[in-house]
Design a protein around this ligand. Structure first.
Ligand code: PEP
Ligand code: MG
Length: 664
């Protein structure tokens, strides 16, 4: 008790802890900040297990181990403010720390609603590198440690104070406080010298030692404290290495996964394990993880800040509305009922509309014929594509046959899959894209580059001719069963086409089918530079297909998996629109068939713009087909041609948005 505080005035009140997780770190920080507003009072909390704590100290409040239902006596000594101080502390405890219904916003993948319990994979143990170092490396390791710490500090600082979400701001402040503790700086730095180990390992030992004392206690409060220290540990390790934590697969059909960065392979894994939804801090609407989740029909929301997700505990009730991008944490009964109703009336179109027979012909309002095809990633989507009346498969992503498998599929296994698709769709055409492996699509047994600009897609296939010819042989054999095309991903130059033709011929020769008519080859336009060599490429291919997802990422240098760059991934960028115009107009001029198969093919306004420039063939997730077909039925292509040309010459995104509005 400081001498300047008046002990004569005393106020007391009892209050029950009502929030689910009791006085864990965040509520304790909230109490401490209320207490700090009364410097002339000494506020103490007494728990029903005979513990006492100063309201100003987060650490001693945690020691109370007050769980849901605990009775607390709040006592204040001091000035005439003592009564107000007690009232304020009691009020915040009675308020339950707003832990009830919260809504977070991210990038919804537009594929329905899921209601379930959280399965949190954010703090899965990280694979921490451990090796010995020489004395000469001590300084280097210390530098790595301090750089990682500075990086995380500035990351927390950049998140700023969020006035709309005070809980988030408190939590951020708490993490900043924790980061300044010695277990993240002085102790590991000393351990690097004493133990002669790398920085990651020194950090792990230091944090483990520090949190050991919490682990001895059984209450949830201490567990959440350990989680918070481990969150910082994981972030610092991530900053020092490029590895992200891998998920465990604790299958629960009632659960929704909460994770950090995910790729398509993880989505497949979650789907197989039976999870009903996915929430991730990483990714974007155009990432492969989103594409796969949509294809598999798993309601998902990506790009929600990880610190916000950290507030969610295992088994918390969640509701995902992937159409609005809203994640409801501990939704009220009314919200759950509302979302259940919405889920029934709002079923994705492909599940709603079941039609048999020939696909309908799509015509624009002014009578132009448009071909609407399906993108297929998994066999399970075929039925949906047929039911909705797809006129063929414009993009079959064959790499998904390789993902989530221990060994790559053999020629015969591939042939079986291709045959099944062809037979199911016969007599409609199927465009099989050769494996687009690499970047975020990594397959066991294949050593493709993890960089989106590295040894991947057609580059990888050409560098591994045995594997490539195996796929080509399976495709040639399947071509006897129906009409198929072969599409090559990420082509950058003519030589790649020459080589692909040569390998296709060799594959036919190996099958003793050299006199068979081989499937036509097509080129995916995904690299900006290719827009200017279409004429020469066209001499060696029969059609083009625009992959707008990659075209956008490479044109604007925006990694499509990076949730922090979502604002920059802007298809209204004048440079991107000009490039798209250049590609489509060139294809029309040289009379080469052109399809658009990236996610923009499902964007009603961008589709109108591309049709006005000359596109007549689209390929998209079956979920969007009905919407796009309805949309173009209302559109007059020829009266918008001038506007489309203007759009390819606009000077700013703002102007582009204004012009695009006129396509509505
Ligand atoms: C694209 O890049 O637009 C595309 C269709 O291919 P993927 O999404 O598989 O990279
Ligand atoms: Mg692509």
């Amino acid at each position: 008790m400081s001498p300047d505080k008046d002990r004569s005035l005393i106020a007391r009140q009892h209050v029950q802890v009502i929030n689910n997780w009791g006085l864990h770190a965040r509520p304790s920080a909230a109490i401490a900040s209320v207490a700090a507003k009364y410097p002339d009072c000494e506020i103490t909390l007494h728990s029903d297990n005979n513990m006492s704590a100063s309201a100003l100290s987060v650490a001693s409040l945690l020691m109370l181990e007050a769980v849901k239902g605990s009775m607390i006596e709040v006592e204040a000594h001091g000035s005439e403010n003592a009564v107000n101080a007690v009232n304020d502390v009691v009020e915040i405890i009675q308020g339950g720390f707003d832990e009830e219904h919260r809504v977070l916003k991210g990038e919804g993948i537009n594929c329905g609603i899921a209601i379930g319990l959280a399965h949190v994979l954010l703090n899965e143990p990280v694979d921490i590198p451990h090796y010995s170092i020489t004395k000469a490396k001590i300084a280097n390791e210390r530098k790595r440690l301090s750089t990682a710490r500075a990086e995380i500090k500035s990351e927390f600082a950049k998140l700023g104070n969020n006035e709309e979400d005070p809980q988030f701001s408190e939590f951020r402040q708490l993490l900043m406080m924790m980061l300044s503790e010695e277990c993240f700086s002085k102790t590991p730095s000393a351990l690097i010298r004493q133990e002669l180990v790398n920085a990651e390992w020194a950090l792990k030992i230091s944090v483990d030692k520090f949190t050991e004392k919490f682990a001895e206690r059984s209450s949830l409060i201490w567990q959440s404290r350990i989680d918070e220290y481990n969150l910082i540990l994981k972030r610092m390790i991530d900053a020092m290495t490029t590895d992200s934590s891998k998920c465990s697969s604790k299958a629960k059909s009632t659960h929704i996964i909460i994770t950090s960065n995910i790729g398509p392979a993880e989505v497949i894994e979650y789907h197989r394990a039976g999870y009903i939804g996915v929430i991730s801090s990483g990714g974007s609407k155009n990432s492969h993880a989103a594409i796969v989740a949509r294809s598999m029909g798993i309601p998902s929301i990506l790009a929600i800040d990880e610190l916000n997700l950290e507030c969610i505990k295992e088994d918390t009730l969640l509701a995902i509305d992937s159409n609005t991008g809203e994640l409801h944490i501990q939704p009220t009964k009314e919200t759950v009922a509302e979302l259940r109703l919405k889920a029934q009336t709002d079923k994705p179109t492909s599940r709603r509309t079941l039609r048999a027979g020939k696909p309908p012909r799509s015509l624009s309002r002014d009578g132009e014929r448009i071909y609407i095809n399906a993108n297929i990633d998994f066999m399970a989507e075929i039925e949906a594509a047929q039911n909705i009346g797809a006129e063929g498969v414009g993009l079959f992503r064959t790499e998904f046959m390789f993902l989530g498998k221990e060994t790559p599929p053999s020629e015969d296994e591939q042939f079986e899959i291709y045959s099944e698709v062809i037979k199911k769709f016969a007599p409609l055409p199927i465009t099989f894209r050769t494996v687009d492996i690499g970047s975020d699509k990594q397959a066991a047994g294949l050593d493709a580059s993890a960089s989106s600009m590295g040894m991947r897609a057609i580059r990888y296939s050409l560098a591994n001719p045995l594997m490539f010819k195996q796929q080509l042989r399976a495709l040639i054999r399947a071509s006897l069963l129906g009409k198929i095309f072969i599409l090559l991903p990420m082509v950058t130059q003519e030589q790649e086409l020459t080589l692909a033709h040569r390998l296709l011929k060799e594959a036919a020769h190996e099958l003793d089918m050299k006199d068979t008519k081989l499937p036509d080859l097509g080129v995916m336009i995904e690299i900006p530079g290719v827009a200017y060599i279409l004429d020469s490429l066209s001499k060696q291919c029969e059609f083009f297909s625009v992959g707008t997802n990659d075209l956008l990422q490479y044109t604007l240098a925006v990694d499509r998996n990076n949730s922090q760059l979502i604002q920059l991934s802007n298809p209204c960028h004048p440079g991107f629109l000009a490039l798209l115009g250049q590609i489509i107009r060139t294809a029309v001029k040289i009379k080469k068939q052109i399809t658009v198969c990236g996610e923009l093919a499902a964007d009603p306004i961008m589709v109108r713009f591309m049709l006005a420039l000359g596109v007549r063939s689209l390929s998209m997730n079956p979920l969007h087909i009905e919407n796009i077909r309805d949309n173009l039925r209302e559109f007059r292509i020829f009266s918008h041609q001038q506007l489309a040309l203007e759009l390819t010459k606009c000077r700013s995104s703002e102007q582009a948005v204004e012009l695009l509005d006129k396509f509505k």
